[in-house]
Design a protein. Structure first.
Length: 134
């Protein structure tokens, strides 16, 4: 991952910005545990790449701290960090589909939680903005 971020940074203009979206470790652990897959949840928690097993389609997951370190290690100043899909992947689809106003309320909740560091650890995805130092 570090080489890929460095390559992206090398392509930026002097005052350029990088928008990096990656899979979140905590969200995967929480989702596996809530689905009753406790062994897979523990595997993701202890695996260096955050993978829950051989069948895991995601090659690497990050914490907000790891992703921020990756961005700063490539020479960028870390700007905003957001959690993406903090609740959306945990809410039963039937609830969102049948409850009037549920989609709008869920989107507002997601927006409110996205910037709060306490929710980064359970987000399915993490979004980090990095700015090239002059």
């Amino acid at each position: 991952p570090a080489e890929g971020v460095r390559n992206a940074v090398a392509a930026l203009r002097p005052s350029g910005a990088l928008s990096l979206l990656a899979a979140g470790l905590g969200g995967a652990v929480l989702a596996r545990a809530l689905a009753g897959h406790f062994t897979e949840a523990r595997q993701a928690l202890t695996d260096p790449a955050g993978r829950w097993g051989e069948g895991d389609p995601v090659p690497r997951r990050f914490t907000a701290e790891q992703l921020s370190e990756l961005v700063s290690g490539a020479g960028l100043e870390v700007g905003a960090v957001h959690g993406v899909r903090v609740f959306a992947d945990l809410v039963p689809g039937v609830l969102v589909d049948t409850e009037p106003g549920a989609v709008d309320a869920l989107l507002k909740l997601e927006a409110a939680a996205a910037e709060l560091p306490a929710f980064h650890s359970v987000a399915t995805q993490l979004h980090v903005l990095g700015e090239k130092r002059p």
